[in-house]
Every structure is written in C-alpha cells, then in structure tokens.
Write a protein that binds this ligand. Structure first.
Ligand code: ATP
Ligand code: MG
Length: 250
C-alpha cells in the first residue's frame, strides 16, 4: 500500500471514530501542504505557508523561528485549537480539520497535552484542581480523579504544594503544575510553546529534564523553542520556521 492510501481506507464516519479502535497508528502527526492565512482588514497574512511534516510516535520535534514566523499557529493547528485554511492535518491518523468543534475538543482532551510559555493555570484553582480540570470527561468520581492528580503532581515533585493557588507558586513550580495538567488524560502527544522562556537556570533545567523524561516514556513531543539545550538534545529533530515555511535542519 502506498504511504497515503491507508488514510483513504479508514472509515471516518462522524461521531463513531475512536482512535483507540485503530489497530495501528501510523503517524502521530502528518501535515500535507498546510496553509493558515488570516484576514486583517484588506491585508492577508500568511502565517503558515505550505507546511508538510510527518512526525512519528515517540519523536522529539523542536521548531524554532523568529517572532511572528508561525510557531504558535503551527502548534495550535496540530493541537486542534485552530483550523488550517487549506491542506490536510492528521493527528493520530485522524483528519482533525474535517470535524466540528465538539469532536475536536474531545479529541484534543484525549490526545494532546498543552504546555504554554506563561503556564496558563486557572488562577482561582489550586494546583491539584488545575490538574483535575482537563479530567472532566472521565467516568471516575471526584475523589479518584483527585488521587490521580495528586499522583501526577507527586511524580514531578510537587506533592508538597497541592493546595497552593498559582500566585502562591514560583514560576518553575507553576510550569511543573502545567506539565502535570498536560498529562492529566495521559495523551500520546505533548505540545509545548516556549516552555522554558520565562524560567531561570535551575527551573528551566528541571522542565527540560521533565520533557526529556516524558519523551523517554514514549510520548511524542513537539516543542516550539529557541532553547539551545533542548535543540541540541540527542535524538531531537530540529526544524526552523521562516515566514511560515518549515525546513528541517540537518
Ligand atoms: N488572529 C490573528 N489575526 C491576524 N494575524 C495573526 C493572528 N494570529 C497570528 N497572526 C499573525 O500570524 C503570524 C504568525 O504568528 P504566530 O503567533 O504563529 O508567531 P510566533 O512564531 O508564535 O511568534 P512569537 O515567537 O512572537 O510567539 C504573525 O505575523 C502574526 O502577527
Ligand atoms: Mg508564539
């Protein structure tokens, strides 16, 4: 079978598609000639300009590029937060661009975990409540979910700060809570947008180590960053975005 034919063979009947029913996932992410343009008054901005990319499960992909080059746009499209203007977007072999928001939001919760530069924790929720937040679709009861969230926080040495609100945590601690939250539904893919940009040396190193550990555990990592320590990690596939065009660095 040609590389792309299998995608046509899958029955993508709306509402019945469940990634877990797939016998085998071919690619974590596959982008085919993806464009994202924004209309801004009379101007048209091309944030992504024909991006094609295949990411296998377990890959550690890093994309760097100047401010405005399209990094966040690319991450949002892979994370099913934003829609491509044209081209095809497959995540875990599912053409997420073809589905409505309700499908995409469930898909997003199940399959991807997001980590942001500025943590994006809910300011009125404690550390453990922030981690429980994405678990809303689970069939478990609140006390089981809380136990799961505590376990995730303990795994990243945050067990002593469970009931702190975000403002009662240091920057590095907030980012660790954000990592635990990204892991809440045990997603196959972790997406991170400049995760170490706001952190000092020691906290940054802890986050780098945690990301590496997640990749060693089999998670697919897609990280937008200029952080040389991440880019130069062994096994990292490094790409550069320039004016919305993606190129692989060799
Ligand atoms: N909602 C929007 N409407 C119009 N233009 C947008 C919108 N979002 C992004 N853009 C433009 O698309 C381009 C890519 O933006 P994007 O946020 O992806 O860049 P980035 O590489 O993440 O930059 P940074 O490093 O500053 O975060 C920029 O020129 C930006 O101004
Ligand atoms: Mg950005």
């Amino acid at each position: 079978m040609a590389d792309d034919d299998y995608l046509d063979a899958i029955d993508y009947t709306k509402d019945t598609l469940d990634v877990e029913d797939f016998k085998e996932i071919r690619h974590a992410v596959k982008l085919q000639d993806v464009f994202r343009t924004y209309k801004f008054g009379k101007e048209e901005i091309t944030a992504l300009n024909g991006v094609s990319l295949v990411i296998n499960q377990g890959d550690f992909v890093v994309v760097s590029g100047k401010s405005g080059s399209g990094k966040t746009t690319l991450l949002n499209i892979i994370g099913a937060i934003d829609l491509a203007t044209s081209g095809r977007v497959f995540v875990m072999d599912v053409p997420i661009n073809d589905y409505d928001e309700s499908f995409r939001s469930t898909f997003r919760l199940d399959n991807t975990g997001f980590i942001f530069q500025s943590y994006n924790l809910v300011s009125t929720l404690t550390a453990v409540e922030n981690v429980m937040f994405p678990m809303q679709l689970s069939s478990k009861n609140q006390s089981e979910l809380r136990d799961d969230a505590i376990k995730l926080l303990e795994d990243i040495e945050m067990g002593h700060r469970l009931d702190h609100l975000p403002w009662q945590l240091s920057s590095g601690e907030q980012q660790r809570v954000a990592i635990a939250r990204a892991m809440a539904n045990d997603p196959a893919i972790i997406l991170a947008d400049e995760p170490t940009a706001n952190l000092d040396g020691e906290s940054g190193q802890m986050i780098r180590d945690l990301l590496a550990k997640l990749n060693e555990q089999g998670k697919t990592l897609i990280v937008m960053t200029h952080d040389e320590d991440i880019i130069n990690r062994k096994g990292v596939r490094h790409f550069t975005l320039k004016n919305g065009e993606l190129n692989q660095n060799v």
